[in-house]
Design a binder for this molecule. Structure first.
Ligand code: NAP
Length: 297
């Protein structure tokens, strides 16, 4: 069985590493701050002192960090994975980053003798804990097959989407839908509440019909209560929508609703709320709709 390294043990990386341990992999972990490493060591992982040490110990290295500079730092930095990993080591970046950055990083690591897949995920912290993530992969069919057992420990829908960067392009599509769905749920809550509808009844009814969504199932009741513990941080969703907007621009496209939601997320982040769940977009919709926040129970 391949030895697996995991770097970045936040809301997603920690439960993903936990599921790799449960599947029987020998797992070496590294994170910027210590507590998540200690928690995983208690489950049987080996805590490394640096990304290089993870690279030295692993056949496959999974990265799950916020953005492309973080991926570049842990893979290609002075104490990065590529300074110590064996030739042929498979690097799987599961963070959400720009497709253009992916293609650049793929080329650099290939020139150093390593293999790479981009494999962003959907399913949130709930899917990460349950091991039911949807994993969208860019890279070669050979590397995809080599990674399959690792993916199967963390996800259920596992799809090779095309060459390097293709996983991130599908993830960008996912983030458009995710943002617009949260916006739609927010408008339904604001409108329903103003009209005297109990949001919990509204959500139960909608979940039985054509408006049912996974986002409403896992976040709807909490949104109605104003519980915005993350989840998926608003700042990360803004990062993702900026990736989408840049990719769209490069193709001469304007995405009007995505841009409008990105503007609301930008305000939320600018006001210091970037670590709240992305469903806190509700507070921006409330503001834009002129609904009093105090109306929430
Ligand atoms: P998160 O909770 O902010 O976790 C990021 C982790 O990376 C933190 O533990 C952080 O360490 C660590 N980190 C950052 N820079 C590092 C570095 N240079 N070296 C080592 N560790 C480093 O974020 P997340 O929600 O897990 O998201 C991770 C990625 O997955 C993002 O690209 C996000 O967009 C994507 N994603 C998230 C979700 C979701 O629902 N949360 C769903 C799909 C995709 P500290 O503990 O020191 O901060």
């Amino acid at each position: 069985m391949q030895t697996v390294g995991v770097i970045g043990l936040g809301l997603m990386g920690k439960p993903m590493a936990s599921n790799l341990l449960k599947a029987g992999f020998a797992v070496t972990v590294f994170n910027r701050s210590r507590p998540a490493m200690d928690a995983l060591a208690a489950e049987g992982a080996t805590a490394a002192a640096s990304p290089a040490e993870v690279g030295r110990a692993s056949d496959v290295v999974v990265t799950m960090v916020p953005d492309s500079p973080d991926v570049e730092a842990v893979l290609l930095g002075p104490d990065g994975v590529c300074t110590a990993a064996k030739p042929g080591t498979l690097l799987i970046d599961m963070s959400t980053i720009a497709p253009a950055a992916v293609r650049r990083i793929h080329e650099t690591v290939a020139s150093k003798g390593f293999r790479m897949l981009d494999a962003p995920v959907s399913g949130g912290d709930v899917g990460a804990k349950a091991g039911t993530l949807s994993i969208m992969v860019g890279g070669t069919p050979e590397d995809f097959e080599r990674a399959r057992p690792v993916f199967e420990a963390m996800g259920k829908t596992i799809t090779l989407c095309g060459p390097a960067g293709a996983g991130q392009l599908v993830k960008a599509c996912n983030q458009i839908v995710g943002a617009l769905v949260l916006n739609a749920i927010s408008e339904a809550i604001v409108f329903g509440r103003a009209a005297g509808v109990d949001p919990e009844i509204m959500i139960r009814v909608l979940q039985g019909g054509v408006a049912a969504t996974r986002a409403m199932e896992v976040r709807g009741a909490r949104m109605a209560k104003g519980d915005f513990a993350p989840g998926f941080k608003a700042a990360h969703h803004l990062k993702d929508l900026r990736i989408v907007i840049d990719e769209a621009k490069a193709r001469g496209l304007t995405l009007p609703t995505t841009s409008s939601v990105a503007d609301m997320l930008a305000t939320l982040v600018r006001e210091g709320n970037g670590t709240l769940d992305n469903s806190s977009i509700l507070t921006m919709v409330e503001r834009a709709a002129g609904a009093a926040r105090a109306a929430r129970p």
